[in-house]
Write a protein that binds this ligand. Structure first.
Ligand code: CTP
Ligand code: CA
Length: 226
């Protein structure tokens, strides 16, 4: 049996991918997180590695095996992910922010388990770092892809994000649909650049969707000459 020669369009490229959902502690036994499974980011890491890239996978709270040949950097909180990404930013050619990052974290973390008392309690939250927006501000020629999970007004929200965060592409999915997005094995992606919709990747496995997205990124990186 002869194996098919895989497409090597990312040979020699350094690719950093974030995956999973960040987790914010309330106290030693409680936390806030989200439904991200990490499947989309892990699929992107596998696809990039197979296309010849040197891949770093910054992974938050995922219970999947790391794809072969990929450098895994485990993180827990948004601040951890922010630091892991910023440390490695300058060395990258392509950054893919598939992680579902917590938008808020508890303003104070209790060192001890919080005891129950009143009938109602209020948890004060503060905004986290916007990692993607900071990448957009600091990047020096890197190609940057963000993700957007939307339940309504997909195009409007995705266009706002691609512009405000300074990314080259945003891959948006409609998470209100069954069978795609959070936790699912399939995805359907609408890819936007600063000018609007570029491509629709029809419902396919997350690995196939990741390959399509990476082919588009590679084409654009080559065209840009970086
Ligand atoms: N993102 C990030 N840091 C954050 C929040 C989001 O890097 N603190 C990144 C995500 O990894 C994703 C993109 O920004 O690539 C869009 O995330 P999303 O949650 O869809 O958008 P937000 O800007 O957080 O806006 P909202 O949740 O209000 O829709
Ligand atoms: Ca968000």
């Amino acid at each position: 049996v002869r194996l098919m020669t895989p497409d090597q369009t990312l040979a020699g490229r350094k690719v950093l991918i974030t995956a999973g959902g960040t987790l914010e502690r309330i106290d030693p036994v409680r936390f806030i997180t989200n439904d991200s499974s990490g499947k989309m980011g892990y699929a992107a890491a596998q696809a990039a590695q197979e296309m010849g890239a040197e891949v770093t996978l910054v992974s938050a709270n995922v219970s999947l095996p790391a794809p072969r040949g990929v450098k895994l950097v485990p993180v827990v909180s948004t601040r951890d992910m922010y630091e892991a990404v910023m440390e490695r930013l300058d060395a990258q050619d392509l950054i893919i922010k598939a992680a579902a990052v917590a938008d808020y974290r508890p303003a104070a973390q209790s060192a001890q388990k919080i005891k129950k008392s009143e009938e109602q309690m209020t948890l004060v939250l503060e905004k986290t770092e916007d990692i993607l927006a900071e990448i957009g501000r600091r990047k020096k020629g890197q190609f940057v892809i963000g993700f957007a999970a939307e339940t309504e007004h997909l195009e409007e929200h995705a266009m706002k994000k691609v512009r405000s965060k300074g990314c080259d592409l945003i891959a948006a999915n409609d998470v209100s649909q069954q069978g795609i997005g959070f936790g699912a094995d399939h995805n359907e992606l609408y890819i936007f650049d600063q000018n609007g919709l570029v491509k629709k990747i029809p419902r396919s496995s997350k690995l196939e969707a990741a390959r399509e997205l990476l082919r588009l990124a590679a084409e654009r990186m080559n065209a840009k000459g970086n």
